[in-house]
Write a protein that binds this ligand. Structure first.
Ligand code: SF4
Length: 227
């Protein structure tokens, strides 16, 4: 099968002002994921099938030239797909900036994209402490995540770290440990913590959280709480 006809994109969000810092963007939602975070809001993308081919995605971007400045590759886990590399090359040839949303489980793929100069911004999910990583993500990719973090700290490409907070899964000590770990590895940006929003179907069967974080819970000027 011709690579460009592979339907590995679940959906396209045509227009976003929020998902790519300082850029108007579209979002390409790649199917499949190698984690099983119980709180994941996107079970249909994690378990579903793609309906949009790479060539259709490229044609879509072509129709938005002049209206959007960038494309976000999200998912699911977009770095599972080698095809993100030729797609990013083609999008950059059209003048699009590229942002990657990743769980950090494929440092080699991230390195390849960084080495080729294909990434303009990365959002790296920091799921859990070392001890809770397996139970929260259903995977044992903490060391791979750490490798991705180290790669990004050594690169000049801007990136952000973000964590979804659910009080049944992480506590304050865990969050403090994660922030300290990221800073210890050399992270200097803002650490974003997103409260879990209890209104979607999720990958796992998860209880409602018993509390939400507020600004005063974690006093550190480098932490921003998103609701
Ligand atoms: S939240 Fe977890 S399961 Fe869902 S897409 Fe992200 S890494 Fe995959």
């Amino acid at each position: 099968m011709n690579m460009w006809s592979k339907k590995i994109i679940y959906d396209i969000t045509p227009f976003s002002l929020l998902d790519f810092p300082n850029k108007i963007s579209c979002i390409l939602w790649f199917v499949g994921c190698n984690m099983r975070c119980s709180y994941c809001y996107n079970p249909e993308i994690v378990f579903g099938k793609g309906s949009i081919s790479l060539s259709e995605a490229l044609e879509f971007v072509q129709t938005r030239m002049g209206l959007i400045e960038g494309a976000v590759m999200s998912g699911g886990e977009c770095t599972l797909h080698q095809e993100t590399i030729p797609l990013a090359i083609a999008l950059k040839e059209k003048g699009m900036a590229i942002k990657i949303d990743t769980n950090g489980s494929h440092p080699l793929h991230i390195k390849k994209m960084l080495d080729l100069g294909l990434i303009d911004f990365i959002s790296l999910d920091f799921k859990a402490t070392h001890d809770k990583f397996q139970s929260i993500t259903g995977s044992n990719y903490f060391e791979r995540f750490k490798e991705s973090l180290q790669l990004l700290n050594a690169s000049s490409v801007p990136y952000e770290i973000r964590t979804t907070y659910h009080s049944e899964l992480l506590d304050m000590e865990d969050l403090q440990e994660m922030v300290t770990f990221a800073i210890g590895e050399g992270y200097q940006g803002t650490y974003y913590i997103q409260n879990f929003v209890d209104k979607h179907a999720t990958v796992g069967d998860i209880k409602s959280p018993h509390n939400r974080l507020t600004k005063s819970d974690l006093k550190n000027e480098n932490i921003e709480i998103r609701n």
